[in-house]
Design a protein around this ligand. Sequence first.
Ligand SMILES: NC(=O)c1ccc[n+]([C@@H]2O[C@H](COP(=O)([O-])OP(=O)(O)OC[C@H]3O[C@@H](n4cnc5c(N)ncnc54)[C@H](OP(=O)(O)O)[C@@H]3O)[C@@H](O)[C@H]2O)c1
Length: 220
Amino acid sequence: MKIGIIGAGNIGGNLTRRLTKLGHDVSVANSRGPATLTALAEETGATPVTVAEAAHGAELVVVTVPLKNVPDLPSGLFDGAADGFVVLDTGNYYPKERDGRIDAIEDGGVTESRWTEQHIGHPVIKAFNGTYAQDILDKPLPKGDPERIALPVAGDDEAAKKVVRDLIDDLGFDTVDAGGIDDSWRQQPDTPVYGLRAGVAAVTDALAAASPERPETFRA
Ligand SMILES: NC(=O)c1ccc[n+]([C@@H]2O[C@H](COP(=O)([O-])OP(=O)(O)OC[C@H]3O[C@@H](n4cnc5c(N)ncnc54)[C@H](OP(=O)(O)O)[C@@H]3O)[C@@H](O)[C@H]2O)c1
C-alpha cells in the first residue's frame, strides 16, 4: 500500500519502521523538511517528503503530530491522494503538558478526533492513540497468540475502519471496534483502555467502563 506519514516522532518514526518492513511504500514528513529525515530514510527505505507531498498517491495518510500542531497543517493537505484514501489519526489532547486549552474539546462539544477532522477537512480513523510508541516495535505477536495486545479503533466509515484494522492485524495486534468518532472519548487519555496492554476481552471491557466525564488531570 502507498502510505504517507505526517509526523516522524515517536509514533510516526516507529510506524515508518514497521510499515516499510512489511513492504509498504512509505513517504514520511515532519515540520522541518525532508533534509532532516535522511537518517530515518536510510534506516527504513522510506521516502522523505514535505508535508504538502506526503499524501501524493497515498491510499492511507497517517496524521501523527501533536494536537496543537494540527491547525498548522497546510490546506490542500490531501491533494493528489488516491481515490478513497483513508486517514489514520493517532492524536491525543494533552492540555497541561503540551497542547494548551482547546475550547471546543474542553467545553464538551467534540471529541479530540472530531476536532482534528474539522481542521483537516476529512474523516479520520482513530487508532494507536493509547499505544506506547515502543510497543509498535516490541509487542507485535502472531494472530492467535494468547498474549497478543488488542488496540481500540474508532471511526465512522466502516470501509476505512476495515483498512486500518487489517493493517493493524498485519502489524501484529488485534483490534476492537470502538464505535464512531463521537464514541472515541472512550479511548482518550485517562480512560481505562488508554495505555492498556491486554487482549480483546479486556479492551472491550475497558471501553465499556469508560466515563464521559473528562478528568481534572486532562482539563486545561
Ligand atoms: N509518544 C507516544 O508514545 C504516543 C502514543 C500514542 C499516541 N501519541 C500521540 O500521537 C501524536 C504524535 O505523538 P509523538 O509522540 O509521535 O510526537 P513527537 O515525538 O513529538 O513527534 C511529533 C512529530 O510531528 C511533527 N510535526 C509537528 N508539527 C508539524 C507540522 N505542522 N507539520 C508536519 N509535521 C509536524 C514533528 O516534526 P519536527 O520534529 O520537525 O518538529 C515530529 O516529527 C500526539 O498526538 C501524541 O499524543 C503518542
